[in-house]
Design a binder for this molecule. Structure first.
Ligand SMILES: C[S@@+](CC[C@H](N)C(=O)[O-])C[C@H]1O[C@@H](n2cnc3c(N)ncnc32)[C@H](O)[C@@H]1O
Length: 275
């Protein structure tokens, strides 16, 4: 598929280019640390929404495919189409019922069909044109099906105590915004945007994994800071020593901080009126 739109980062970059390159050693492991922190929460929500046997599912920006495979293995869905702009991690771990497509979901001609479940986790926050993307994904939901979106919410505020962690998160969000266009400021608007896309029974929840030394979420943030180090330094908010100190802080008993959360919002496509 072609015709991709460009990112709206100041530098015109996109996810997977200057930052989070899939070819860089350890990128699959970084995504897997995020999955370890959040997959159980995601699966519980999908199961509660009724996703199970007979469902055809679309997982966009599927990464290493942990959710796609758990839908097949645990929820017993009929099939999953896992789509990613770079499908190398998905192709490495095949599973019965898992179809993999390498495609850019922002492309005008991205039209893989209709699905009972359309799922996107930690993808839209990195893409421009949020409203258009939510409308486009809602179009892919079959009548009676659900669209489920998860993305990060920044829980720091002006009142948040200055710790090595908060300094790093501030620099990270600003640096990612400037290099690849990541923007989490609109994520709390998901319920409203889903309703605007014509979905019903809209609701949302937030999960915040505890930042304990050695936990998957702590390792995820440490890896993420390493990979976005150049972008963070370019903000002028932090220097190399501060990044190193924050990585040590995360892994120490000194750490006393609130992680960014994962907001999950969902909405159901009205069933077609009976003829
Ligand atoms: C942070 S990872 C999340 C992976 C997975 N959804 C998860 O939560 O474990 C973001 C994924 O979205 C993919 N991605 C980013 N932009 C994309 C685009 N325009 N089209 C398709 N995939 C994209 C990336 O290649 C990457 O695999």
């Amino acid at each position: 598929m072609s015709g991709a739109s460009r990112g709206d980062a100041a530098g015109g970059g996109r996810y997977g280019e200057a930052v989070f390159r899939p070819g860089q050693a350890g990128e699959g492991e970084r995504i897997d640390f995020g999955a370890l922190a959040y997959d159980d929460i995601t699966m519980a929500r999908l199961r509660a929404l009724g996703v199970g046997p007979g469902w055809r599912c679309l997982d966009v920006g599927a990464g290493t495919g942990t959710v796609s495979r758990r839908l097949l293995e645990e929820a017993g869905v009929a099939g999953v189409l896992a789509v990613d702009r770079d499908a190398r991690f998905l192709s490495k771990r095949p599973a019965p019922g898992l179809d993999v497509v390498e495609a850019d979901i922002t492309a005008a001609d991205f039209a893989p069909g209709r699905f009972g479940l359309v799922h996107a986790r930690f993808v839209l926050m990195h893409l421009p044109e949020h409203d258009r993307m939510i409308t486009a994904l809602a179009e892919l939901v079959a009548p009676g099906g659900v669209l489920v979106l998860s993305d990060a919410v920044d829980l720091t505020s002006d009142r948040t105590p200055e710790t090595p962690y908060t300094a790093m998160m501030r620099a990270m969000w600003r640096g990612l915004r400037a290099t690849i266009g990541t923007d989490v400021s609109w994520v709390p608007s998901y319920p409203h945007l889903l309703r605007g896309a014509g979905l019903e029974s809209v609701a949302a929840e937030i999960h915040v994994p505890p930042l304990l030394p050695g936990s998957p979420i702590s390792r995820f943030w440490a890896d993420t800071w390493e990979r976005s180090r150049a972008a963070m330094l370019a903000t002028g908010l932090v220097d190399d020593a501060a990044v190193d100190a924050a990585v040590r802080y995360l892994d120490s008993d000194e750490c006393a901080a609130l992680s960014a959360g994962m907001l999950t919002a969902w909405g159901r496509k009205p069933a077609e009126a009976p003829r």
